[in-house]
Design a protein around this ligand. Structure first.
Ligand code: WT7
Length: 635
């Protein structure tokens, strides 16, 4: 699709067009895709309800755009390269023709097992090729996929299955990740004890471990595949039909199901991928995220395939079998674009330069970063040791809710500044607001980051609870989409993201709500009350600090700590483990009973010289007690 911006001058003129005439601009982009029926109207919107519709009455199927459309010219081009956890195991490659065939077959397996357009299908799988095939197979038949990261616990999986009333679950026998082996099917079995909507479980063989197969419910994918043809017409979808649900944490309550729809998401995924990564026909693109997160959805699967790209999928972790793995894989497959997270860069940086300097990395052209602000030290290390000071780094700011990259460099076409995401992509209109909700129009300022005009892949709702979507994103500042982030705009108009301004903690690029973790901690019967905050962590960006009031004196503090950690692992997953647990006699509360997290954050950060105004506290003494003990705990 020829919509690549290749210079700053071109960027400026495209950006201007996109703001002056957004509908004309996006219609021009959308025309490059394959529609079964053209739209009647480009956009209708109202941020107060909220109600946003793009490409109204347009009909399409995203898999025709990802697969069928390429068969003629790129049938023998590689669509997918899969690199296994163990470097000694054989890698797998699918051409566009092969991937198309696999998807059609899997789609027929879904149909054979009762799946229909509009059904929700939960996918809980390792990073194997069948995961990508499964996602696309759902889209092929118009079923709504809900991918759940395979590191979440049975409880978290059950919550997500139930919230969406999923009819099918797609999973595997087991999973390899670094040195870890996880009995995935056992987790599913455990989760399904609490789910009544699930009629079928389709199991991919990965580890060949013996697993329980429940008669009448569970089937093996390889058995099913022998029963189906490779012919599966793509279901016609309305542009505003749901494509997928992806659960993400917010500052309150349980994770919410962010909903993306077929037409707008497709248009934006393809457009942003091509431009940010400056993808060219013979490139080999690698995004190291897991498909369980939005980054994997948009920039492992949909964005690249929409552009006929060769996309890589990696089963393992950056440090297995050694901290040189990423670079070994880049050299092995001739990777041209490499997209990863700051936490991975920091971990590899800490492991020493030798691991990277022994690889040539001369195929690399563009490097990407996503998930959290990248600190200057990590940025420089990435730039010098991986990019050899010649590859641009695109620092891509976006969210599950935005569907695609919003503020970012575009390959080498735009200027870069360490730790700055940069300029908005065409069609994206960010603003900074002050505490009263007024737009700050000058440069060299700081404010709440909001977006004032819809873009095609904005979330449409939160599944089953539209009011929640309105309250969380559209009620703080009337007429704006509120991101939850604070940002600076420098003298050149470039954006620098500061971080969340709500009760969301970003651990290694993964989002957790403080309330969600507190709820998990509070399931322990010995806990009376808890308050959780994030604090800076060298590798993870932020880590979790839990302040806990116990009902009684504990017999053994360390045992109780492990017990509490287990509650979190059970309810959410290992990725949400608190780093530090401090038992406290009380919490700093206002007279109206509100916990003053600001103070707890400062204590966790070790910055207690200026705790700000504590005069409204019910019991100011408790702050001193907590501070003293915190110093000992953090050593
Ligand atoms: C939050 C969204 C979007 C894919 C990964 C995370 C933070 C994301 C950046 C960046 C600074 C970033 C923000 C955002 N974030 N990218 N380049 N610079 N912060 O998706 O789980 O929806 O989290 O991640 O705080 O709001 P997510």
């Amino acid at each position: 699709m020829d919509f690549m911006i290749e210079s700053m001058a071109q960027y400026r003129s495209e950006y201007e067009k996109s703001v002056k005439d957004p509908e004309g601009f996006w219609a021009g982009i959308a025309e490059k895709y394959q529609w079964q029926q053209k739209w009647d109207k480009v956009l209708e919107w109202d941020f107060e309800k909220p109600d946003v519709k793009w490409f109204i009455n347009g009909k399409l199927n995203i898999t025709e755009n990802c697969l069928d459309r390429h068969l003629k010219q790129r049938g023998n081009k590689l669509a997918l390269i899969w690199e296994p956890n163990d470097p000694k195991e054989r890698f797998v490659r699918y051409t566009y023709r092969e991937l198309h065939e696999q998807v059609c077959k899997y789609a027929n397996v879904l149909k054979r097992n009762g799946a229909q357009k509009g059904d929700r299908i939960a996918i809980y799988m390792p990073m194997v090729p069948e995961l990508t095939v499964a996602v696309l197979a759902c889209a092929r038949i118009g079923a709504i996929h809900s991918v759940v990261f395979a590191g979440f616990s049975a409880g978290a999986l059950a919550d997500r299955i139930n919230d969406a009333s999923a009819k099918l679950v797609l999973t595997s026998d087991g999973l390899y990740r670094g040195t870890k082996e996880i009995p995935v099917k056992r987790v599913v079995d455990e989760a399904l004890k609490e789910c009544t909507s699930v009629e079928r479980v389709i199991v991919t063989e990965r580890t060949q471990w013996a697993v329980n197969m429940e008669e009448g419910r569970d089937v093996w994918l390889h058995d099913e595949l022998t029963e189906v043809s490779a012919d599966c017409p793509a279901e016609p979808m309305d542009a505003e039909d749901m494509l997928f649900i992806l659960y993400t944490s917010g500052s309150t309550g349980k994770p919410k199901g962010v909903v993306h729809t077929c037409g707008g998401y497709m248009v934006y995924a393809g457009y942003s991928f091509k431009n940010v990564f400056q993808y060219r026909e013979s490139d080999v693109y690698w995004c190291t995220a897991d498909v369980g997160w939005i980054t994997g959805h948009t920039y492992i699967i949909y964005g690249p395939l929409l552009n006929g790209a060769t996309t890589m999928m990696f089963e393992g972790v950056p440090t297995y079998p050694s901290p040189g793995r990423f670079w070994q894989v880049c050299d092995k497959h001739g990777v041209t674009q490499f997209y990863t997270a700051p936490t991975a860069i920091r971990a590899l940086m800490a492991a020493g330069d030798d691991h990277v300097l022994s690889y040539s990395l001369d195929s690399l052209k563009v490097l990407g970063s996503v998930g959290e602000p990248i600190n200057e030290e990590a940025w420089s290390w990435y730039h010098i040791n991986v990019g050899k000071e010649k590859s641009p780094i695109v620092d891509t700011w976006w969210q599950t809710e935005t569907g695609g990259i919003m503020i970012s460099g575009i390959g080498s076409a735009s200027p870069m500044k360490p730790a700055h995401a940069g300029y908005p992509l065409p069609g994206i209109q960010p603003v900074l607001l002050d505490a009263d909700g007024n737009e700050i129009t000058e440069h060299d300022v700081e404010g709440y980051l909001c977006i004032k005009y819809p873009w095609p892949s904005i979330l449409r709702t939160t599944y089953g609870d539209h009011e929640r979507c309105r309250v969380v994103y559209f009620s703080h500042y009337k007429g704006y989409y509120f991101t939850g982030d604070g940002a600076k705009r420098d003298k050149d108009g470039m954006y620098r993201i500061i971080g969340r301004v709500d009760d969301v903690i970003n651990v290694s690029g993964h989002r957790f709500g403080t309330a969600e973790i507190e709820d998990a901690i509070n399931t322990n019967k010995k806990v009376a009350e808890s308050a959780v905050v994030g604090y800076p962590h060298e590798i993870k960006g932020q880590a979790i600090y839990a302040y806990i009031i116990l009902k009684d004196e504990p017999d053994n503090e360390d045992n109780l700590r492990s017990e509490i950690i287990n509650s979190v692992v059970e309810h959410i997953g290992k990725i949400a483990k608190p780093e530090i647990i401090q038992f406290v006699p009380g919490l700093p509360k206002t007279r109206s009973g509100k916990i003053m997290r600001r103070i707890l954050r400062k204590i966790a950060e070790g910055d207690t010289s200026n705790l700000g105004d504590t005069s409204t506290l019910l019991d100011p003494e408790v702050v001193e007690v907590i501070t003293e003990r915190a110093k000992q705990l953090k050593g």
